[in-house]
Design a protein around this ligand. Sequence first.
Ligand SMILES: [Ca+2]
Ligand SMILES: [Ca+2]
Length: 501
Amino acid sequence: MAGIAHICLFLISLAFILAQSADDPTKRFEYKYSFKGPFLAQKDGTVPFWGHGGHAIASEDQVRITPSIRSQKGYMWTNTPFQADHWEIEVTIRINGRGRIGADGMAIWFTEQKGVEGPVFGNNDQWRGLGVFMDSFDNDGQHNNPYVLAMINDGTKTYDHHSDGFSQQLGGCLRDFRNKPFPTKLKVTYYKNTLVVLYHNGLTNKPDDYELCLRADNVQLPTSGHFGVSAATGGLADDHDVLSFLTFTLIPPNEGINQDGFATDQERLRYQQEYQDYQQKLEQQKQDYRQQHPDKQQLDDWNVDDIFEARENRELRQIFDGQTQIHDTMRKLHHKLDAVLGRQESLMAMVSGLGGAVQPGVPHQGGGPPVMIDSIKRHEVDAIMTTQREAVNSIQQLRQAISDVQQRIPNVGGAGQPSDSGSLDSGHHQVLSEIREGVSVVKRDLSAMSQRGGAQCPPQPDMPNCLTPTYFFIMIAGHFFLLVGYFMYRNSQEAKAKKFF
Ligand SMILES: [Ca+2]
Ligand SMILES: [Ca+2]
């Protein structure tokens, strides 16, 4: 993958050479001093042509110079020195943090020597060359940060952190580059001893929305140096990410390029030679990979177009699949409709055949083909006969019951008729006469008893039912004397008993 990325970068550089007009300086992309995703980092975590250290982490689409952890320092430098009188770099940056204030910041370098870890945004102090700082933290409390500034050092100056390098700057601009919706960009151009820093605020993703941050003339930079990026966090912390670092050599008109704007034959041969060298290196790497991973050889040989499907092709395939399903459904519905029509025709023929048939199962007599008619089964006939028989029995029983009711109705209804009213009256008169006779008998007995009671008491000496007054008083007097004698006896007994106490 890294080899493919190198070739892509090389082709981009050729495109830039051919795209320039004759009036402007020609831009030549320097892939050995650039990086850009995807496939930015290799499997071992290194970035081709670059070396990073400290807390920097390279991934496939960016290099995180420092994570948003306190007191971190990271840096990244080109492996080989870059030699050109005029150049331009375009750095895509993302500085994000959760805090309202971030720290410390990031720096982009072009110095004679490769830097080492130090106090100036992760890099050493007293450098020789250019530093462009993105200073997040306001050390001097002037409320003028985040700030972008450029500083030239000849190796003698010490960066004044406490004043944010305000008095040492070549120039700068107050820009808030933290937590922007899109990555911010810095474009640094060093052309004919004029340094220009352009800033992209990251509020849009349009590539040309640059604004001027600073411009300085008569700037002397080393003709050979290393490009680098460094960052540091302090008590506060931000993620300092670099998404791409693109380096271009600026070639003034009529220098090394034909007036037509094309490369000279010498340069063309050099580019062709480099391209062939890279092609050979790529093939060699492929062969080595196949030898080391024979099981993945088949996958590696697959054509990319066979593995991946373009979006247009996928949409066309989905439309085709949908139409095929609709076609199948309609075909099945058509077959079912044919079957229904055939069945309907056979039913119509059956109905017409029944119109001329005498009995079920008898072939049609109309001279046409015999029509097979379903005959009634034997058990169905038996069931119908049984039901019919039961119905006849029920009707007979009902008829018998009705005749009985009719026979009884004249007797019941005759009792209310005037012709027979005499029998009922005679019955009533008979009962009344009997009651009268009973009452007269009772009356006679009562009169007889009253007549006998009025003469004398019945002569029954043993059980005198009639009490005379003499006998009554004698009995009363006898009882009185008995009671008096009992009380006198009881008093004498109680008096005797009290003598012992
Ligand atoms: Ca600062
Ligand atoms: Ca400040």
